[in-house]
Ligand binder design. Structure first.
Ligand SMILES: Nc1nc2c(ncn2[C@@H]2O[C@H](COP(=O)(O)OP(=O)(O)OP(=O)(O)O)[C@@H](O)[C@H]2O)c(=O)[nH]1
Ligand SMILES: [Mg+2]
Length: 318
């Protein structure tokens, strides 16, 4: 367990047989880690897109029942990094592996294991210590019946593990069994977070992520990866109205033009999409003010990355 546990608020009583712990949810980009955590919690705490490398830093998803609490750590997909942001994302996921009480490796069972999976097997083997590993073979809805046995066996062969479960995060099948299995493997322990808390993220972060999701969904090529969003102002102007102003950072002038679009059409559309979801999340009207700025090659610049919230805990000490 980590420092953050010490800071937690011990509000409620819990029974003597209460179990708890950190479950690191790791795997290749795009296998469905965030979708799975959202399905487990029954609400969207992490953004999801069809493009890889959507999640950029650790995010907690807290699942509580009377007899236990699972603190899921959603992580960026483990991949071969090509710039400083990628390096940050991979180290952040590796840190989650080291801290975990249990490792949940999510795999896409609908295709053969990839090179990236073999690489992850090595990373997990190196970092796991004695931590148990459970495999979630996800996207079972896409698994062809005639290849079923072979594909399951090929994934199971990647690493020594305690247990394998077939799930479809998208269709919410196998998810309840998975949670029951994980809970039973956690040690006896306290309820670290209040029973009604599902995440540690604040509204500024959530708003920035929702805006980033809409940009990833409606842009192509390098743009989804080159964008960072910073909420500069977040004000509850009244019970019915929240004011949010955010800056969309891109790496180059040409990308700025694309995000803004002809006569501002693109940014208007993005803003409308983000606003609808924010209004739904907040239960108020939202006034959303979006601007675009160039922060040249920020993904290769550690100082700029830190400014945008991509920093490892160890960076705070330096
Ligand atoms: N068919 C199918 N699609 C799924 C399933 N789970 C997730 N997906 C889709 O896979 C894509 C990636 O999902 P994410 O949850 O963003 O994947 P991730 O592992 O968090 O990806 P990164 O954050 O990039 O590492 C999305 O388009 C999801 O809708 C599933 O069980 N079945
Ligand atoms: Mg994700």
């Amino acid at each position: 367990m980590t420092d953050r546990d010490l800071d937690s608020i011990f509000q409620d009583d819990w029974p003597e047989d209460h179990r708890s712990g950190l479950v690191a949810v790791v795997g290749r980009p795009n296998v469905g880690k965030s979708t799975l955590i959202n399905a487990i919690l029954g609400q969207k705490i992490a953004i999801v897109t069809p493009k890889p490398q959507t999640t950029r830093k650790q995010q907690l998803g807290i699942f509580t029942i009377e007899h236990g609490q699972i603190i899921f750590v959603d992580t960026p997909g483990l991949h071969k990094p090509h710039h400083k942001l990628g390096e940050f994302m991979v180290s952040d996921a590796e840190a989650a592996l080291r801290d975990a009480d249990l490792i949940l490796w999510v795999l896409d069972v609908s295709t053969e294991p990839q090179e990236g999976d073999k690489h992850i097997a090595e990373t997990v083997a190196t970092l796991r210590g004695n931590t148990p590993v459970v495999l979630a073979l996800n996207k079972a809805d896409l698994l062809a019946a005639e290849r079923r046995e072979a594909l399951i066996a090929a994934h199971e062969a990647l690493i020594p593990h305690e247990h394998t479960l077939l799930v479809s995060a998208l269709q919410n099948s196998g998810v309840a069994d998975l949670v029951t299995d994980l809970m039973a493997r956690l040690p006896l322990g306290p309820r670290y977070y209040p029973a009604d808390q599902v995440s540690e993220a604040n509204m500024r972060f959530i708003a920035a992520e929702i805006i980033r999701e809409k940009i990833i969904l409606s842009t192509e090529k390098e743009i989804p990866y080159s964008v960072a969003v910073e909420v500069e102002e977040y004000k509850e102007r009244s019970e019915e109205m929240t004011y949010i102003s955010a800056v969309i950072y891109v790496e180059r002038e040409s990308q700025k033009g694309i995000i803004i679009g002809k006569g501002g059409a693109k940014i208007k559309q993005l803003g409308a999409e983000a606003r609808i979801e924010l209004q739904h999340e907040l239960g108020t009207q939202v006034y959303l003010d979006l601007r675009v700025k160039v922060l040249k090659d920020w993904r290769s610049d550690e100082a700029l990355m830190r400014r945008l919230g991509y920093k490892l805990p160890k960076d705070d000490k330096g």
